[in-house]
Write a protein that binds this ligand. Sequence first.
Ligand SMILES: Nc1ncnc2c1ncn2[C@@H]1O[C@H](COP(=O)(O)OP(=O)(O)OP(=O)(O)O)[C@@H](O)[C@H]1O
Ligand SMILES: [Mg+2]
Length: 240
Amino acid sequence: MSRLLEVKGIRVGYGTVPVLHGIDIHLDEGEAIGLFGPNGHGKTTLLRALSGLLRPEEGSITFDGKDITGAKPATIVAAGLVQAQQGNTMFGDMGVEETLELSAFTPRARKDRKGRLAEVHALFPRLAERRHQRARTLSGGERQMLSIGCAMMCAPRLLILDEPTLGLSPRLKGELREAISVIAEKGVPLIVVEQDVEFLLALTNRLYLIEQGEVASEIDRDNAPDHQEIMDMYFGEQAH
Ligand SMILES: Nc1ncnc2c1ncn2[C@@H]1O[C@H](COP(=O)(O)OP(=O)(O)OP(=O)(O)O)[C@@H](O)[C@H]1O
Ligand SMILES: [Mg+2]
């Protein structure tokens, strides 16, 4: 299987404050991987570096055989590495459908805009029902769906989701997880950050535990310790 993403020894920080101290991760074509770990240990920072929002001071990021270290976010999205926006204060007065259509702005994505819209509507029937509603009037959970929908409109070759179900009611969380599982089953490569290790083990084939800006361990689903052992490893280390 060919390597889609290779991250080697990246060091990333904010100003003079270092956060990632040399991270190595990789993902093959057709794979889904999960990232988990304590709060504030660098998961989101790693994703920002992948999306081109932060430039690594050292190390390299290779996507689909091309060095994208330090590339602009728009170049990275055009190459197919797409992160769904989190939280979503970005939606405005445009309608839901219009927002989705405008998201397919890259040359690759523009090709089959209608087909992709139908795919997003099938994933999130609520977005189809609310197609003419102004995006900013959607509920938090629906905005999260729109955010993932917009990312899907970009024809992702690798989709990145940072805690997509954070703060949602159990019902909406369930709906969203179901849709994310369908995306994974379609074979879209995924990087998902979640605190729920059980969900990650069901969704992905490998997990990375990110602690103190480093990869503390890599867990393969096929020979993973059971869920309790992972939680002991995680919370056990946190307790010290
Ligand atoms: N814009 C910023 N400026 C300065 N420091 C930041 C900024 N964003 C994050 N940090 C710091 O970088 C460190 C890593 O934060 P990051 O958001 O990557 O963690 P995380 O693992 O995603 O946490 P969480 O699980 O809470 O989302 C933290 O110490 C945080 O305070
Ligand atoms: Mg985070």
